[in-house]
Design a protein around this ligand. Sequence first.
Ligand SMILES: [Cu+2]
Length: 104
Amino acid sequence: MLKTGLAAVCGFLLTVSASQAATVKVIINNYMFMPDRIVAHPGDVILFSNQDTDPHTATSLDGKSFDSNTIDPGSSWSFTVKAVGTYKFHCAIHPDMLGEIDVQ
Ligand SMILES: [Cu+2]
């Protein structure tokens, strides 16, 4: 846990010095993530906005990187990406809804 925290802090500091963090928007609508492949950099914020009529989640398939829990229609949820890597995710309510975040 401590090791992860230190890596995150180092990654954050490197990102701030190298470039401005961005917010990457993902729309959830019609049982899809749009876009479903997201490219981001450490320190960026990924903002999921549920514009569908049903609740959805954004849940990493590795079971630990991130989990929005339920995002109600009209609601949003965001988190900050930290470590470089590829993170596949789905909606825990509708597991056929798939997406991927590539942190570079
Ligand atoms: Cu869903």
